[in-house]
Design a protein around this ligand. Structure first.
Ligand code: ZN
Ligand code: FE
Length: 253
């Protein structure tokens, strides 16, 4: 089995599983069923759970997984999530000696106020903050917070693999292609994703390099993106107004 793999759950969620030897850690188990099936199939014990934010599709499986495996449960200290045993804040680490895994904790407010992302084994688990070719909706934070959170993720090493919590890539790409129809990297990624999805394969993980090259929400300073926003609204303004306009445009598209 791959050391990091997505488990499809609920409508379009991915629960990411990290494993080594006989132990596993899962990120955002919105549902326990598919996680239990995977653990049983691979004969793994669940050592830990990482939670990015309080939405039910990211934490609904906690009670059942805890009853069965008694894992340590890590999540944002700033959000009210029943079952968390190890509250975390930015700069903390989550240690899993069973897997020889250390995860760095990054605060990425915007989708929710306390949203965290985790970095381990050169994979980024970013919940509902960064999606391939898109970003999360801004429910609790401000556009400035979301832009800042995404900007910090974009500064991670380019080879970092991006493990998002939803399969939203095809929908995001339709929007991204409206913004930057002439971006060749975007066009190529859209073709690849169409093929992957037609075969029932996940479009993820992506990489930071790829996201920087084609995700409009990481590109609000690029002339082509500024121009697209300008064409739509008559004016563009600073990168934050461009980002805010992009997010609004995507919300209604
Ligand atoms: Zn969410
Ligand atoms: Fe979600």
């Amino acid at each position: 089995m791959e050391p990091v793999q997505p488990i499809a759950a609920l409508q379009d969620n991915y629960i990411w599983m990290l494993s080594r030897g006989s132990h596993a850690v899962v990120v955002d188990p919105g549902d326990a069923g598919p996680v239990i099936r995977c653990l049983q199939q691979e004969r793994l014990h669940l050592a830990g759970i990482l939670i990015t934010h309080h939405h039910l599709d990211h934490r609904g499986g906690i009670p059942e997984l805890c009853a069965r495996y008694r894992p340590r449960v890590y999540g944002p200290h700033a959000e009210n999530i029943p079952g968390i045993t190890h509250p975390l804040a930015s700069g903390d680490t989550a240690q899993f000696p069973e897997l020889d895994l250390t995860c760095e904790v990054l605060a990425v407010p915007g989708h929710t106020r306390g949203h965290l992302a985790y970095l381990g084994w050169e994979h980024l688990f970013c919940g509902d903050t960064l999606f391939s070719a898109g970003c999360g909706r801004i429910f609790e934070g401000t556009p400035a917070e979301m832009k800042d959170s995404l900007g910090r993720l974009a500064e991670l090493p380019e080879t970092t693999e991006v493990c998002c919590a939803h399969e939203y890539t095809e929908d995001n790409l339709r929007f991204a292609l409206m913004v930057e129809p002439a971006n060749p990297i975007l066009q190529k990624w859209a073709e690849e994703v169409t093929l992957l999805r037609a075969r029932g394969r996940p479009s993820l993980p992506s990489t930071i390099a790829l996201e920087k090259a084609m995700n409009p929400f990481l590109r609000s300073s690029e002339p082509s993106v500024v121009e697209a926003v300008c064409r739509r609204r008559g004016s563009a303004g600073d990168p934050l107004s461009v980002f805010t306009a992009l997010r609004k445009w995507k919300d209604t598209f």
